[in-house]
Design a protein around this ligand. Structure first.
Ligand SMILES: Nc1ncnc2c1ncn2[C@@H]1O[C@H](COP(=O)(O)OP(=O)(O)OP(=O)(O)O)[C@@H](O)[C@H]1O
Length: 306
């Protein structure tokens, strides 16, 4: 279990200090996927970097502690002081826009060989990496490509492959599906879920997409202005949100069968005044080539006495 106690992480900007994470206390159990949501700038990435132990100026840990409950392969307790030595082994990070983090001028296979912690027998590493990438749905020749020769989805798969190659107990994925189309997004999320199911490790996923959180996570952490405003089992947070900000985030998620959306659709159509409507919205061409989902246009029923 990861235990975070009264964590404050700040940025020093000249004479000013911003507390990007402020007084966060929480326990993250082993073997679950935790989703982190909250508006831009609320401190999600800062919290993830602090957990990863990637604390470099102007960022600093101004208060509190993180304990990991992890042991290295050599049986040593992982602490905030030695966590860097465990990068990619016990803990790995898929950063924002990570698919663009591959070095563009060297082939992917070289990036695997240079990878921290790989053993000195390059041939053996490559064989293992090729087999692993095949398991992640990448063709064997993808390892011999330069990053620009692969699609965004393939590059993101590669990054997830790099992050999971040593089966770390903790993986932090900061917006792993941003900038991918919805089909590829789904594939990447399914891949993360399958890997977690197999490895039984803990994954922290930052995303702005509440639909992603609902589908993928076991627990949800909602942040606002550097603080955690709600944290609980995903089912409970979605079915019974308590904090107004969580309610707002969840209300912004349209769902099939959502009566409030139906009401909205109905009133929008009703407001036009010239349509009777059924409840199910249908795509209508309102202008040549311009479609909108609205309730079906049907002859307006004549009211009695009209
Ligand atoms: N390197 C930095 N120097 C100074 N301030 C920073 C730095 N990085 C982040 N901040 C500030 O810290 C606060 C939290 O930023 P952070 O990137 O953690 O938010 P976030 O929730 O991850 O946002 P986003 O969803 O846009 O990625 C913001 O006010 C941001 O401006």
């Amino acid at each position: 279990m990861i235990s975070i106690k009264d964590l404050q992480v700040s940025y020093r900007l000249g004479t000013r200090t911003i507390h990007a994470v402020d007084g966060v206390t929480l326990d993250i159990p082993d073997g679950c996927i935790v989703g982190i949501a909250g508006e831009s700038g609320c401190g999600k990435s800062t919290l993830m970097k602090a957990i990863y132990g990637d604390i470099t100026s102007p960022m600093h840990l101004s208060r509190g502690s993180i304990t990991y409950g992890l042991k290295s392969a050599k049986g040593r307790q992982v602490t905030a002081q030695n966590i860097r030595e465990e990068w990619f082994k016990s803990i790995s990070y898929v950063p924002q826009s990570s698919m663009n983090s591959l070095n563009p001028v060297i082939r992917i296979r070289e990036q695997f060989i240079d990878f921290p912690g790989t053993d000195s027998n390059k041939k053996r590493v490559l064989e293992r990496a090729r087999a692993y990438m095949g398991k992640l749905g990448l063709p064997p020749e993808a390892m011999d490509s330069y990053p620009h020769q692969l699609s965004g989805g393939m590059r993101q798969r590669m990054m997830i492959g790099l992050a999971t190659f040593f089966q770390p107990e903790l993986i932090i994925a900061d917006e792993p599906t941003t900038a991918l189309d919805v089909v590829v997004q789904k594939d990447i999320l399914m891949l993360l879920m399958e890997l977690q199911e197999e490895m039984k490790n803990t994954i922290l996923v930052v995303s702005h997409d509440m639909g992603v959180h609902y589908q993928v996570t076991h627990k949800m952490l909602i942040m606002y202005a550097g603080r955690v405003v709600e944290y609980g089992d995903t089912d409970s947070v979605f079915s019974d949100p308590q904090h107004p900000y969580t309610k707002m985030l969840i209300d912004s998620l349209p769902t099939i069968g959502d009566d409030s959306m139906r009401g909205l659709m109905a009133s929008a159509a009703g407001a036009s005044g010239d349509r009777a409507y059924r409840v199910e919205p249908i795509l209508h061409e309102v202008k040549p080539g311009h479609f909108v989902a609205q309730v079906a246009a049907a002859p307006v029923a004549q009211s009695v006495g009209a």
